[in-house]
Write a protein of this length. Sequence first.
Length: 218
Amino acid sequence: MKKIFSVLLLIAFTLFFAQEEKPMFWQDIQEFKKQDQENPPAKNSILLIGSSSFTKWTDVNEYFLGKTIINRGFGGSRLTDLNYYAEDLLSPYQPKQIIVYCGENDFADNAKLRADVVVDRFKSFYKKMRKKFPKIEIDYISIKYSPSREHLWPQMKQANKEIAKFMWREKNAEFIDITRIMNDQSGKIRKELFVEDMLHMTPEGYRLWTIVMTPFMK
């Protein structure tokens, strides 16, 4: 009896620690795999990869009629997470274009983080994308200036500037700047484009993104 109890206890501890050791966003990635299994992803689609600004854009296909879009935004992901899960985010798909929105949460995770660190994180992910897809269009959407993160804007602006320079030097790559269209005539961010948390956007915010993004969509 004691022996059976010991075995059951060992199994319980093993299962408990196995669950505890799962990395952040593991469940999100498993959900993507489940979706892909139930509905095989279309070839020559536009693949969105990034953080919650994509995650919450649940009706993105309605904004880009005639386009086939696969949305793989997850949680409050950072560029470190995109690099960690790069194989899972890229290998299942055969897109004609990838659009990335990520980096905002890197700064939110560490207010002292330098812009060049975030830029290097993006460059690492860009290399992974290019290794997998040497010739397709790869675009980066600029980090938005969320009112709730105003204290981080200086680093974000510098990161946007450096990533823009990097993308302009690359072939089949574009930097999509959504910051200007989100400002009012005096150059201040339009707070009404954000929901109560002053971080995530209203449908009008996404409508403005659509205006800027459309000319870049394949």
